[in-house]
Design a protein around this ligand. Structure first.
Ligand SMILES: Cc1cc2nc3c(=O)[nH]c(=O)nc-3n(C[C@H](O)[C@H](O)[C@H](O)COP(=O)(O)O)c2cc1C
Length: 304
């Protein structure tokens, strides 16, 4: 009842305003075109109509934008995991992917955040959900890192097949955002997809070139020296957990597959040393112990 009263009051008021506006418009329109009052009123009416049109479109198009953004994200995830082919049904394929939140400080899954609504890169800008990276650790030049990360697990018959991890880091002109996909061994790369960047097309922008992206498949991330153990875990559970040394990176020229160490190397982008360095740095950072290192070590040890 109060709702219907409110609605009819609003309609009455609106009708009143429109009536007044019409009377005013009639008065204005009979004025000569040179009249200052008429020029001002027409300009105002045009601004008002424009503002209504723009804000109306922004409001009505928002759900469509949100849905396109979510679809784009799914496409990027499926692509990096090698699950996107011509005619792939995005929604049904995505049903095999479980989204989880990882606490980066412990490498454990966390239920305290809803993965459906969590935006890791928005969180990285929120002081309550992120932390400043000390300059000496900030090799990816991102300044802040989220406390929680959103990871995507591809499963088949409840068996883990691959892990997809969001990554970011500065190139030459821009912060590049993307995903890296690893096999269930948390060591072998399936793909790297830097879907959002503003490097120069033809130079650093070649990060999107499918031929270059294909070079990542099968590369290894960690060199296990047996030395780098995570101390907190050693004392906590009396078990060692080896994070490993991040060996994966870009090298100038063409990688010779017959040379030892080539399993950790990807060709740098020609004429784009600085973007290439940015890519190496972001991989180093996010695969390292400040990023997903501890989580991936736990996956490898069967505790993730
Ligand atoms: C207009 C312009 C745009 C450039 N864009 C990039 C870029 O996106 N990424 C990059 O690494 N280098 C870019 N460079 C080149 C760098 O300034 C630098 O020369 C290059 O990274 C050196 O790479 P090289 O050692 O492989 O030749 C650009 C240069 C110019 C003049």
């Amino acid at each position: 009842m109060p709702n219907s009263v409110n609605t009819s009051q609003f309609s009455d008021k609106l009708a009143g305003y429109l009536e007044k506006a019409k009377l005013y418009a009639d008065k204005i329109l009979v004025l000569p075109n040179e009249s200052f009052q008429k020029t001002l009123a027409i300009a105002f009416a045009l601004c008002l109509a424009g503002a209504v049109l723009v804000s109306g479109s922004a409001v009505t198009l928002k759900p469509l934008q949100e849905s396109n953004k979510s679809k784009d994200e799914k496409v990027n995830i499926l692509e990096v995991a090698g699950l996107l082919e011509d005619g792939t049904d995005i929604e049904s394929t995505f049903k095999n992917i479980e989204t989880k939140i990882v606490d980066l400080s412990t490498g454990e899954y966390s239920d305290s955040i809803d993965p459906k609504t969590y935006d890791q890169w928005k969180a990285a800008k929120d002081p309550a959900l992120s932390e400043a990276i000390p300059p000496e650790q900030d090799i990816a030049s991102i300044k802040r890192k989220p406390k929680y990360a959103k990871v995507y697990l591809v499963k088949q018959d409840r068996q883990l097949k691959s892990i997809i991890l969001p990554i970011n880091g500065y190139g030459l002109w821009s912060t590049m955002y993307g995903f890296i996909a690893l096999q269930a061994d948390a060591q072998t790369v399936i793909g790297l997809n830097l879907y959002d960047q503003a490097e120069t097309p033809g130079l650093g922008g070649e990060v999107v070139n499918p031929k270059w992206k294909a070079l990542w498949k099968g590369k290894k991330v960690y060199n296990f020296t047996g030395k780098e153990l995570h101390e907190s875990n050693l004392s906590e559970k009396g078990q060692s957990i080896e994070i490993g040394e991040v060996a994966l990176g870009l090298v100038k020229g063409s990688v010779d597959p017959s040379k030892p160490g080539s399993e950790y190397q990807v060709d740098a982008l020609a004429g784009a040393t600085l973007t290439s360095r940015g890519v190496s740095n972001l991989v180093q950072y996010w695969m390292g112990k400040e990023g997903y290192g501890l989580y991936l070590a736990k996956v490898r040890s069967g505790r993730g």
